[in-house]
Design a protein around this ligand. Structure first.
Ligand SMILES: NC(=O)c1ccc[n+]([C@@H]2O[C@H](COP(=O)([O-])OP(=O)(O)OC[C@H]3O[C@@H](n4cnc5c(N)ncnc54)[C@H](OP(=O)(O)O)[C@@H]3O)[C@@H](O)[C@H]2O)c1
Length: 330
């Protein structure tokens, strides 16, 4: 029988306010995209989730299609909730999303009201929840009016099936439009979930400033570039790594000599700061005031612990930041 650590809220600075809202999120949040599927070891998945909560990680991020197969991560998390975490439901921020392909026919993906609301009902059923804390539009839909997609999010909130609305992968201009529609509907956009890491900086020119101006929190996904910004691949491709066993989203060909030359230099800098490379990469995204939380994945408890340890050293000197730019520029 799981009992959470009494020390889990000992570090108040581990939480940052999410935009102009009443919600504070942990600096490190746990995503269940990988390692919580039907073929993954349940005991390991459970251990990661419970250890996260012990460390003050109150936010668990899901989507309808996380698995594999689609939906399996929500089913796994539903079991963890039922068997271990349900008693602490009011201490948890649980999110899910709809936007990518889920079922055949015209109503199984993208941004229609029909798809979003049906998918949310399915997600709640898989997790055994009455509501999620955040319901996201997972990606912008070029063919559906934004009013319809945002209207569906607002309806989810008003119906009590979600507490807050969020958007993911929306460029800056669409974010401004979506924020206005949601504000006008009385259900402001709580949060935006874009990809951001030292290796993918598309949010920097516009989106981060847009989030700050709109009062929307930012939770950035794949801050470790799916494992590339860690020491995982320094000695080849381990069989149990993402590139080693699940090549749908990270291929061995992505791990080039040029990339390793950079990440090894970043690793030296991290060590000089008393950090691991993963910790350096997380502190680096969290240096942005518009970033509320870094949304990581973990295949084992030790990785999660390492990532949470990033928050012990978040500040950078000007020289360190300049050195990072120099290394990244190659
Ligand atoms: N909104 C969207 O469109 C979208 C898209 C993608 C992801 N997401 C969200 O973002 C979450 C995180 O994505 P991600 O898994 O790609 O994030 P990530 O944190 O960039 O990569 C996680 C992977 O890095 C490795 N790792 C983590 N900590 C480590 C450490 N301390 N030392 C060494 N290696 C470490 C592990 O790889 P191994 O598995 O190889 O051990 C782990 O699976 C997802 O679960 C999901 O919730 C959202």
């Amino acid at each position: 029988m799981y009992s959470p650590a009494a020390t889990r809220y000992d570090a108040p600075s581990f939480y940052r306010r999410c935009g102009r809202s009443g919600v504070r999120l942990p600096l490190i949040s746990l995503g269940l995209w990988h390692n919580f599927g039907a073929q993954d070891d349940y005991a390991n998945a459970r251990a990661i989730a419970c250890r996260a909560f012990d460390l003050g990680v109150t936010h668990f991020d899901l989507a309808n299609n996380y698995g594999p197969p689609d939906g399996a991560a929500e089913t796994t998390f539903g079991r963890i909730l039922r068997e271990d975490l349900a008693a602490w439901r009011d201490e948890l921020i649980i999110s899910t999303k709809a936007g990518y392909y889920m079922w055949p026919g015209p109503y199984g993906e993208w941004g229609s009201r029909k798809y979003l609301l049906a998918s949310l009902d399915q997600s709640l059923k898989r997790m055994g929840l009455a509501y999620v804390d955040i319901f996201y539009s997972h990606r912008p839909d070029p063919d559906t009016p934004l009013e319809e997609t945002m209207g569906a999010l607002a309806h989810a909130v008003r119906s009590g099936k979600a507490l807050y609305a969020g958007i993911s992968n929306y460029p800056a201009a669409e974010t401004v439009r979506a924020a206005k529609i949601l504000r006008d509907l009385g259900t402001p956009c709580l949060i935006h979930q874009p990809r951001y890491s030292m290796l993918d900086r598309w949010v920097e020119p516009q989106l981060l400033a847009t989030l700050a101006a709109e009062g929307i929190g930012g939770i950035v996904f794949s801050p470790l570039a799916k494992g590339l910004l860690t020491d995982r691949y320094f000695k080849g491709i381990p069989a149990d790594s993402r590139a080693g066993h699940d090549q749908r989203f990270l291929r061995p060909a992505d791990i080039t000599e040029a990339l390793l030359a950079k990440t090894k230099q970043l690793n030296d800098l991290a060590l000089a700061r008393g950090q691991t490379l993963a910790q350096l990469a997380l502190a680096w995204v969290l240096r942005q005031p518009a970033v509320t939380s870094a949304l990581i994945g973990a295949s084992r408890v030790s990785q999660l612990e390492d990532c949470v340890g990033a928050t012990r050293q978040l500040s950078f000197t000007g020289e360190e930041l300049a050195r990072i730019e120099q290394i990244l520029a190659g």
